[in-house]
Design a protein around this ligand. Structure first.
Ligand code: THG
Length: 262
């Protein structure tokens, strides 16, 4: 499982404050804590409240690059912000994200190609968030054909079914899990899959339990990558154990420690 740390996001009040005060130490500690906990990459978002996202995202990237060369996942709905961020990134990148809308695809796919970046495609369009598996697959097919037509490798595409909070979309959860499996069948070689895990528990009061249960089920459905809080130790323990049961690593009595030493 490719773990993308979610914690550097202006949605979190400590990050919003650090951004405002240009406090590098808070951001750098947050980056290093996530990496020490097992993050393979870091999602970077200045959040919806940022008034100057171009400046803020570049500042975050430069600040983080001072302490790590892990890949950064540039999280913004604005192609201009992504383009600016890519210019200052020194290491591998993941663009988060394009939707299935043509204007978005036209702006983002060439950037992903130009910078040799991986790309997250979320199955959402101007019509909103899909309500069932067929609608998600239709949008996924649009994203895949646009990538293929423009020479972007499908192995570098991560499709995201868009996870909704279980307290408002309970009836869709089973469908979202099934979608993860079906995305893979849309191309050969197939696309990879990713999701924003913490969405599932927003507004609930047992967040960690709901997150780790959903993640375990998603892993069983073939999920390749997740944006999550790697400092949630029970979540990471559940992830490592799920992968053990799927025979992705070898059992020993101290398999959690052994995995973390890798
Ligand atoms: N797909 C993709 N990218 C994404 C998402 C996705 N990026 C953003 C988000 N979803 C994933 N990251 C988060 C980060 C934080 C939270 C949820 C998802 C979160 N934050 C607290 C909340 O809203 O309750 C913030 C509260 C606090 O200040 O602590 O839950 O789905 N491709």
């Amino acid at each position: 499982m490719y773990v993308i740390g979610e914690l550097i996001n202006g949605m979190y009040s400590n990050i919003a404050l650090a951004l405002k005060e240009k406090n590098k130490a808070i951001i750098q500690k947050c980056a290093l804590d996530q990496i020490a906990s097992g993050a393979d990459a870091l999602d970077i978002s200045c959040g919806p409240a940022s008034k100057q996202p171009l400046v803020d995202l570049s500042w975050l990237i430069n600040t983080i690059q001072e302490v790590t060369d892990k890949p950064l996942c540039l999280d913004s709905g604005k192609p201009q912000v992504i383009a600016e961020g890519l210019k200052v990134c020194k290491n591998k990148t993941i663009i988060n994200s394009t939707t299935a809308d043509l204007d978005k695809l036209d702006a983002i796919v060439p950037l992903a190609k130009q910078y040799n970046s991986k790309l997250i495609g979320i199955t959402i369009s101007v019509k909103g968030i899909p309500q069932n598996k067929d609608q998600r697959l239709e949008l996924a097919a649009t994203i895949i054909s646009h990538c293929t037509e423009n020479g972007f490798p499908i192995e570098d595409l991560y499709l995201d079914p868009i996870v909704l909070p279980v307290n408002i979309a309970q009836a869709q959860m089973k469908d979202i899990l099934a979608t993860i499996q079906d995305f893979k069948l849309l191309a050969d070689p197939g696309p990879k899959t990713v999701l924003g895990l913490s969405n599932v528990s927003q507004g609930t009061n047992l967040r960690s339990l709901i997150n780790r249960t959903f993640l375990t089920m998603a892993v069983a459905n073939g999920l390749d990558s997740a944006i999550l809080d790697p400092t949630d130790k029970e979540l990471m323990d559940a992830l490592i154990t799920a992968e053990l049961i799927l025979n992705k690593n070898i059992y020993c009595d101290s398999y959690l420690e052994a995995y973390r030493k890798k």
